[in-house]
Design a protein around this ligand. Structure first.
Ligand SMILES: Nc1ncnc2c1ncn2[C@@H]1O[C@H](COP(=O)(O)OP(=O)(O)O)[C@@H](O)[C@H]1O
Ligand SMILES: [Mg+2]
Length: 225
């Protein structure tokens, strides 16, 4: 994507001179202060918003994963919700198999009948990720997917994305927006977003140290501008 620009109808420019290239599958992270344009960028990449200028060249099918899984899980049971994500051309037997596989992929094997409201926050987020993968997407756009989770669920989601994006049998690219600087240690590359544009890819740990205040006293505070 090159020189993207996006203006909201109220005239507010959210993206400007926004250029980003992801050259290979993996877990890529974007960090930046409130209002720097991260969510807008993911929505433009997902095709939910049309850019006001610039171009997107993307060969992967995108799927968004929101901060709050309750905003994207629609049907009452895990199995029925996943059915909704599957490509329409599958027959009944293939659909059952795809649902089983998607649940197993995210560590929820056997929970087809489980009501979604009985899942923990971390399990719901894993189900949302299963749906994104089952839809056939090869580009996952994750908007602060761990912001509402407790530390152990947060680690589970990170480990899941690490595993999914390093599986060479199914090349998957994840673009993960975070405000938790410690997550930068786990990515293949990280970039700082400021004033609607994305900086160069950097080593995640180095960017974390650049942004973190001395002695890491204020968690996440270094990214706020
Ligand atoms: N629906 C909207 N209408 C108008 N302006 C918006 C809307 N959503 C976000 N913005 C503005 O666009 C800019 C980028 O916001 P956003 O992409 O949500 O940033 P981030 O996700 O980095 O916090 C901000 O100035 C914000 O106020
Ligand atoms: Mg946001």
């Amino acid at each position: 994507m090159s020189q993207l620009r996006f203006c909201w109808p109220n005239g507010r420019t959210a993206l400007e001179h926004c250029t980003l290239e992801v050259s290979r599958p993996g877990l890529w992270m974007l960090v930046g202060g409130n209002g720097s344009g991260k969510s807008t960028l993911l929505r433009v990449l997902a095709g939910l918003l049309a850019p006001s200028g610039g171009s997107i060249a993307c060969s992967s099918t995108p799927a968004l994963v929101f901060q709050n899984p309750d905003h994207q899980l629609l049907l009452p049971s895990c199995g029925s919700d996943l059915q909704l994500s599957l490509p329409p051309e599958l027959d009944e037997r293939q659909r059952r198999h795809a649902v089983q596989q998607a649940l197993a992929l995210v560590g929820l094997a056997g929970l087809e009948q489980r009501p979604i409201h009985t899942l923990s926050g971390g399990q719901k987020q894993r189900l949302a990720i299963a749906g994104a993968v089952a839809s056939g997407a090869s580009l996952l756009l994750l908007d602060e997917p761990t912001a509402l989770l407790d530390p152990s669920s947060q680690e589970e989601i990170l480990a899941l994305l690490r595993r999914l994006t390093s599986d060479t049998t199914r090349p998957l690219t994840a673009l993960w927006v975070t405000h938790r600087l410690e997550e930068l240690e786990h990515c293949d590359g990280a970039a700082l977003m400021q004033h609607g544009s994305v900086g160069p890819w950097q080593h995640g740990g180095s960017l974390r140290r650049r942004l973190a205040p001395p002695r890491g006293a204020l968690q996440g505070g270094g990214a706020k501008r």
